[in-house]
Write a new protein. Structure first.
Length: 39
């Protein structure tokens, strides 16, 4: 039982990190395109 809980801890943290990076990268891509084009 202890091992199961330990494995869930790192797994949950990793998923959260990827989810935050995914939306951030998508927003940066579109935001960077119009910036240089307008310049």
């Amino acid at each position: 039982m202890s091992e199961g809980s330990h494995r869930s801890s790192p797994a949950g943290a990793g998923s959260s990190g990827i989810a935050v990076v995914t939306p951030h990268a998508v927003v940066l891509l579109p935001a960077g395109a119009p910036t240089p084009v307008v310049d």
